[in-house]
Each structure stands twice: as C-alpha cells, then as structure tokens.
Write a protein that binds this ligand. Structure first.
Ligand SMILES: CC(C)(COP(=O)(O)OP(=O)(O)OC[C@H]1O[C@@H](n2cnc3c(N)ncnc32)[C@H](O)[C@@H]1OP(=O)(O)O)[C@@H](O)C(=O)NCCC(=O)NCCS
Length: 125
C-alpha cells in the first residue's frame, strides 16, 4: 500500500470501517453525512484520552470533501489532539480511503468537544 495520505506523524487510528450500500446517496457514492458522523465519533474517541467526563461536540470547522468514497472501500479515521483548554478539547481528524492499492485523502476536520456535567454545563477537563 502506497502511503499517499495526509502527513501527520502524531496521529492515531481511531476508526476503520467498510462502508455499505445503505450508506450511499442518490448517485451511489457514500453520503457525506455518514462521513461527518464517523468524524464526530472518531474525534470523541480521541477526546476520551484526555478526560473521563461526559463530552459534547460544540464545533466542527469547515469540512471539504476532496474525493468521493465508494461502496466497499476501507475508510480510516486518524486523530490527533491539537489543544486542551479549560473545558474544551480540540481534535484534528484525517479521513482516508483505500482505493486500487493506494491511500486516497478524502477530507479532514477540526472539532472541539466540551466536558460537561450531568446538566450539560461546561466543567474543567
Ligand atoms: C457545548 C456547550 C455546553 C458550551 O456551552 P457555552 O455556554 O458556550 O460554554 P462556554 O462559553 O463556557 O465555552 C466552553 C468551552 O467551549 C469552547 N467553545 C465554545 N464555543 C466554541 C466554538 N464555536 N468553537 C470552538 N470552541 C468553542 C470555549 O472556548 C470554551 O473552551 P475553554 O473552556 O477550553 O476555554 C453548549 O454550547 C451546548 O450544550 N451545545 C450543544 C452541544 C451538543 O449538544 N452537541 C451535539 C449536537 S447534536
């Protein structure tokens, strides 16, 4: 497998999945919302390395899809923690698909999670 994906030596694999026909849009490629959902999940897996508190997603910055994803491809979500604030944790996510023996960069995202109490109010990490 050629390594032609995003370059980030600190990143860790958070999720690796094969997407199915149920995940497609009307054109038959993978629905972008499915990828966004997995980005959110992957980010939360990474954020849990920094706190055992309950966390909620407060922000997902601009996400640009550079390539489509096709049914049956293995899609990997790599994460790295970029900032830990008082109550928030920021995470970078890279998404790559395996296609014809190559790694294809699909998209990347920056998310922020907030540590909250049982009432949903922010609490320190
Ligand atoms: C997350 C939430 C508890 C934050 O409440 P808030 O009153 O904005 O809290 P604060 O202003 O004290 O901000 C808390 C932290 O979030 C950060 N934050 C708030 N808005 C942000 C934004 N748009 N982008 C990045 N970080 C943000 C703040 O910088 C702060 O971080 P710090 O403590 O590390 O400095 C509240 O907005 C919320 O409940 N949102 C809904 C979350 C949710 O349900 N997500 C799933 C959507 S379906």
């Amino acid at each position: 497998m050629n390594n032609s994906g995003f370059k980030n030596e600190k990143r860790q694999p958070a999720i690796r999945i094969v997407l199915l026909p149920r995940d497609t849009n009307a054109a038959g490629t993978i629905f972008g919302g499915i990828i966004l959902s997995h980005i959110d999940l992957a980010g939360s897996v990474e954020a849990r390395n920094s706190t055992k508190n309950r966390i909620v997603t407060v922000a997902m910055k601009e996400v640009v899809f550079k390539q489509p994803v096709f049914v049956g491809e293995v899609v990997s979500f790599y994460t790295s923690t970029t900032h830990i604030g008082r109550t928030s944790i920021s995470i970078h996510v890279d998404v790559e698909a395996e296609r014809d023996g190559h790694i294809v960069p699909v998209t990347q995202a920056d998310l922020t999670f907030v540590s909250v109490d049982e009432k949903g109010s922010p609490i320190p990490i």
